[in-house]
Write a protein that binds this ligand. Structure first.
Ligand code: MN
Length: 243
């Protein structure tokens, strides 16, 4: 039921996005997808109850605690969506390029169901780029309202930065799964990216449309198609910063 809005908004014979279905396994993945749609934004997704609860963060996350970022609550996405990187055709819902900008695990403090309902989630992120504690807080208005505005706020901890430090969005602009830039993804460089919605997820993974959403890192590395030197370099530098 939770994915009804997601399915209703998309034509799966026209978009490479996964159809997906609600998962049964209890997990705690998070992903942030940079999405160059009509307006550039960063989609933050937190796994809860077999789906990815989703917010469109209009200016992207900031490591500066005073820089509260508007996060518009949007429809739940399937967990399979975490592996989606590619281009949604123009004219389709959300048309534009999508990059997996960060991903990893999220750890809610307290009961995440109660927090989500109340409109106040405190949690930590263990991603490739983002770490430490964060808050998501619903602003005025009632739960269930269309386009609820929330705020994404970095907590003050050792992972926080000051306004004079580099902006993480500029410092770490590449995909954490392919090392590609937004223009390279838009060109379809280095990856077959056509998702066939009439095939199973496994078949799409096998044909290289995406990498497995849950594949361990070693499998992902071996499944990766040939890379250019530039991509390898980008990837190495990304991994170096991972520790
Ligand atoms: Mn989006």
């Amino acid at each position: 039921m939770s994915l009804q809005a997601y399915h209703a908004k998309r034509k799966f014979d026209a978009t490479p996005e996964p159809r997906g279905k609600q998962g049964r396994r209890k997990g705690s993945q998070f992903v942030i997808q940079k999405h160059a749609a009509r307006r550039l934004h960063y989609d933050l997704r937190l796994e809860l109850d077999g789906v990815m609860k989703s917010w469109a963060v209009t200016r992207g996350p900031s490591l500066v605690p005073d820089e509260k970022r508007l996060a518009i609550h949007v429809e739940d996405h399937p967990i399979e969506y975490n592996a989606f990187e590619g281009t949604i055709p123009q004219g389709e819902y959300g048309g534009g390029t999508v990059m997996v900008w960060d991903r990893g695990q999220w750890y809610p403090e307290g009961d995440p169901y109660a927090g989500y309902k109340k409109g106040h989630l405190d949690f930590s992120l263990e991603g490739k780029k983002l770490h430490g504690r964060w808050h998501l807080v619903r602003m005025h208005g009632r739960a269930g309202e269309k386009k609820e505005p929330w705020l994404l706020i970095k907590s003050k901890d050792e992972d926080a930065r000051s306004a004079s430090d580099p902006d993480i969005l500029e410092e770490e602009p590449l995909s954490v799964v392919s090392g590609r830039s937004m223009p390279e993804i838009a060109e379809g460089k280095g990856r077959k990216q056509v998702w066939h919605s009439n095939r199973s997820v496994a078949d799409n993974v096998k044909s290289g449309a995406i990498k497995g959403a849950r594949a361990p890192t070693s499998e992902r590395a071996s499944a990766r198609p040939k890379q250019s030197r530039r991509e390898q370099k980008a990837q190495r530098s990304g991994e170096k910063d991972d520790s």
